[in-house]
Ligand binder design. Structure first.
Ligand code: AQP
Length: 331
């Protein structure tokens, strides 16, 4: 059975983008794979996180993942900092990856913004830690949104260089599993930016804790143009906000963009937006309600994460010890 690893940063409340780009895929891959799903708190602190908030967000994410259908008994759900193998292998990878490779990473450029000199060193080497997350488990399949493809290519480059430099065949190749529809959900306020849980504007995203009223209000206020929807995909060229809303509905209903346009083409946003809001609420509101119920018992969530970390550690520890041995560390 192939092993899957994927992570999500507890840097805020997960969004509809996280759900359609990653979490939904995580749930369906549970059948037929051995899955490790990780709340990547080491990644989260590459940008400032209030310590008390980080603990709350980590629990909230655990609750949302459970409410979305992640099974912590058949599979493994844990937080990254509880398994030291991640940080140890990341250090080795910091010494394998080349600065030129990291300089090409577009996510660093996006997240660091204009003042790159002021970004944390952790944000710069973020892709090396992500490579370590996956390779510490010898995972071979990684379900991610489209925005993470470049990092996965880097993770393969690092593994190849490690194997080549040390003359071993130790780290396997990994394959990105990217969903066909809505692999990249965009902001509701700006169709050129991806929907992000850390966007300062709450109106830019649907949080997986939003109720039906909040969802309807955010979609009603979502930025759009004045034209009705086209009947064919060509008509969405130059209309990123319209394309985003149509893509969201396509993903939620497991249809192509053209199939959605075949049904809704010609409609104005006054008609389309309420139909979309209803679909979004049908998926998000039950997750939000179940997550709220689970958050009433934080001790249970913490115990579940500790159990996950112990099981993750049992897999990663021998692999990372072997990597340390290959590198020449004396034990
Ligand atoms: N807008 C998106 N559309 C599709 N997929 C997305 N993902 C994130 N945003 C979108 C996918 O969600 C998974 C977990 O992401 P992450 O939390 O590890 O980091 P991120 O990609 O940086 O997500 P955010 O929401 O933008 O977080 P912040 O704001 O903290 O930086 C990944 O598989 C990602 O592809």
């Amino acid at each position: 059975m192939q092993r899957i690893f994927s992570g999500i940063q507890p840097s805020g409340v997960p969004t509809l983008g996280n759900y359609l780009g990653a979490i939904r895929n995580w749930v369906s891959l549970q059948d037929g794979h051995e899955c490790l799903y990780c709340l990547v708190d080491l990644h989260a602190i590459t940008t400032w996180q209030d310590p008390a908030e980080l603990r709350v967000q980590t629990r909230t994410q655990a609750a949302i993942l459970l409410a979305s259908g992640i099974d912590p008994v058949r599979h493994v759900l844990f937080n990254q900092s509880a398994v030291s193998a991640h940080a140890r292998l990341a250090w080795i990878f910091n010494c394998v990856a080349r600065i030129g490779w990291l300089n090409r990473m577009t996510q660093f450029k996006d997240k660091a913004g204009k003042d790159r000199e002021a970004a944390s060193a952790g944000l710069y080497v973020y892709p090396n830690l992500m490579a370590a997350d996956i390779h510490a488990y010898h995972a071979t399949r990684v379900p991610v949104g489209d925005d993470q493809r470049q990092h996965l290519e880097l993770a393969n480059d690092i593994a190849q260089k490690f194997n080549h430099d040390y003359g071993v065949d130790f780290f396997p190749a990994i394959e990105a599993v990217v969903p066909p529809q809505a692999a990249r959900v965009m902001s509701l306020r700006d169709g050129s930016r991806k929907m992000s849980k850390s966007d300062p504007s709450d109106q830019s995203r649907i949080n997986l804790t939003d109720d039906a009223d909040a969802i309807a209000q955010k979609i009603r206020r979502a930025r759009t143009d004045a034209e009705p929807l086209p009947s064919e995909e060509d008509g969405l060229v130059g209309r990123p906000e319209a394309r985003n809303l149509v893509s969201i509905l396509a993903a939620l209903t497991d249809r192509s963009v053209s199939a959605v346009l075949a049904e809704h083409g010609g409609q104005g946003f006054g008609v389309f937006k309420p139909a979309l809001a209803e679909r979004v609420a049908a998926v998000v509101a039950p997750i939000a309600a179940e997550a709220r119920r689970l958050l009433d018992d934080p001790a249970h969530l913490d115990a579940m994460l500790r159990d996950g970390a112990a099981r993750a550690n049992a897999i990663a520890e021998p692999i990372v010890r072997e990597a340390e041995h290959i590198v020449g560390f004396l034990r």
